[in-house]
Design a protein around this ligand. Structure first.
Ligand SMILES: [Zn+2]
Ligand SMILES: [Zn+2]
Length: 257
């Protein structure tokens, strides 16, 4: 069988093995995480709307069918993290779970996101304009919502592959959540703690630039929540895998902020 024509949706090096059961996938500008358990998995975040084929391709690369996703866990409802969530929900009935404070955001009862005007005011800064153009092309400003977002059904560990434990880490958005995999010492930090971004020159643990946070003071406070976890692998929403105690990573991000 010949390869399909057109650009491949996913780079060869886009799927990074973190553990036998955990893979970090780098989409066009955003990461998502696949936590598998046999032939089922938990999918944490789903890239930009323009990353949908890449999300499906990343599952396929691990031998997982889209209908095998037990649930989508959302760190927060920005377009670059919920891009394929509604597609999976509508097509396969996949539940889309998030912190209860993020539910109205996912329904777009309001939009807690940096505006085009705020970005353009900073377009002179290195990396901002190319990032903004990419974000617009990838659906970053397109109308997008999840029609039936669900709050976590229980406190503590969720009955899903990896038994992820959600942690409320507000600031970037009101209902931002990180996901801790205690048995593996891994934490998925979304945009509460990143390790790089096209608009940042720094590499390593950091907060996103200030314009991206709904409440920067709370974002700083959430670093304490993350820093107290027992984890030595950080899987961020943007940037590469960080190996090292999350406490030190949170300290580094606070120093730089
Ligand atoms: Zn975000
Ligand atoms: Zn993001």
């Amino acid at each position: 069988m010949s390869a399909p024509a057109g650009p491949r949706p996913l780079r060869d090096d886009a799927v990074v093995r973190v553990d036998d059961t955990v893979h970090l996938v780098s989409g066009s500008h955003t990461n998502w995480v696949i936590v598998r358990d046999g032939d089922t998995c938990t999918l944490i975040d789903t890239g930009y709307p323009g990353d949908r084929e890449a999300v499906l391709a990343s599952l396929a690369r691990l031998g997982l069918a889209p209908e095998s996703v037990a649930a989508v866990l959302v760190t927060h409802a920005h377009n670059d993290h919920i891009g394929a969530a509604e597609h999976l929900r509508v097509t396969y009935g996949t539940p889309v779970l998030m912190h209860e404070a993020e539910v109205p955001h996912a329904r777009r009862e309001f939009l807690d996101q940096v505006s085009v005007g705020q970005v353009l005011a900073r377009a002179w800064r290195p990396g901002v304009l190319p990032w903004a153009l990419h974000a617009i092309r990838s659906g970053g400003t397109a109308p997008l919502r999840v029609d039936e977002p669900r709050p976590f059904p229980v406190e503590g560990a969720l009955d899903l592959p990896g038994r992820p434990v959600p942690l409320h880490t507000p600031g970037h958005t009101k209902g931002h959540a990180a996901y801790h995999l205690p048995a593996l010492g891994i934490v998925i930090t979304g945009d509460a703690l990143v390790t790089g971004h096209p608009t940042s020159r720094a590499a390593g643990p950091q907060l996103l630039p200030g314009m991206f946070h709904a409440d920067r003071a709370r974002a700083l406070g959430s670093l304490d929540v993350l820093g107290a976890l027992d984890a030595d692998v950080v899987l961020p929403g943007h940037g590469p895998v960080h190996r090292g105690p999350v406490g030190a990573a949170a300290d580094r991000a606070r120093e730089r902020a």
